[in-house]
Design a binder for this molecule. Sequence first.
Ligand code: HEM
Length: 387
Amino acid sequence: MACAFMLLVVSSLLLSSCFLVSEAQSSHDPLVSGLSWTFYQSSCPELESIIRKHLKKIFKEDIGQAAGLLRLHFHDCFVQGCDGSVLLDGSASGPSEQEATPNLTLRPEAFEIINDLRARVHKQCRRVVSCADITTIAAREAVYLSGGPYYDVPLGRRDGLSFATRNTTLANIPAPTSNTSFLLSSLATKNFDATNVVALSGAHTIGRGHCTSFTQRLYPTQDSTMDKTFANNLKGVCPTSNSTNTTMLDIRTPNKFDNKYYVDLMNRQGLFTSDQDLYTDKRTRDIVKSFAVNQTLFFEKFISSMIKMGQLSVLTGTHGEIRANCSVRNSDNVYLSAVVEEEEETWKLKTKPPQSSIPYTMKYVLPLKNMRGTAKTAYLPVLQRSG
Ligand code: HEM
């Protein structure tokens, strides 16, 4: 009898925990076709632990890199979808997204970290994981490892074959001078509502901003919605409007992913117009207040907004590619083609030396310049007539 009672209790506990799990899963909207919660389960089961292990090491040395990675994912997704297009260097077809004004303040280290993660992941699992997915997981880790919530991210994105123009990039990444009206209408075109806008802006709980992103609020006249002491301190950091200094986005807990950003806004200590106006505007003010007093609510809305952002215009299935180098399309991957061609030429020279009447010399040309200024090590060998 006692045994039967125990069985009943255990099975009802099991049933209720199943209910909780399925309830948690169903709280997400349906996924975009082609993405899945278990995409690399068999092809790269260690994927997320490889990324976490490496990022833990990096963040231990410089937690600021977490902010850089989170912002990189946002800038990837908002322009042409989460397709890794922001990672592409410029090419003969024109300047890349990286050269558009909003992307000039992305941290150069963020690009290097993604490529480094890609090398580690591909070494273990071969080339099965896209740069767009690596960026998505890195952004999640940035949130989690800075003290924010853990959340699963759907995977299966493929990398785009092209980057957007500078004008398209400018049109899709809102400026820090934007007011709430602009943000609401601009993000509504991507299907984000007011709660999404306020929750996503909460990413400014970590990281830094350059003076040029907010000095229009200090000079020539001081923004009346900014706390006076806060403004005076900022004038110390940025003595002129084009000073190259930086300051933290969240004055209270600059390196911790928490809800203090909203407390800043309620104290008129938001750094950008786009931040502070969320508290000034009646349509978003109560949402700011609700996140300032309830961190759990903020985390819940932040997670669902990030999962939504991570699905913007993704390429899946047979679209796009899995890049062998996150900053170069596979077909433009001069390093790979250089190695292949060099081997081919060596083989040709060994087996069939050129006739002395048509002398050839090996000449190296640099066909691609890395737009971020870091010199590419790949030189393309070409056979040229020397006479
Ligand atoms: C809603 C409109 C947004 C605007 C106008 C905006 C604008 C900016 C600007 C101007 C900066 C500082 C750049 C600099 O001067 O160095 C910045 C930094 C940052 N943004 Fe946003 N942002 C927005 C939304 C987002 C979203 C949706 C995320 C992520 C989900 C995000 C994450 C970050 C992070 C983490 C930083 C700090 C980066 C670092 O320390 O390197 N932002 N943002």
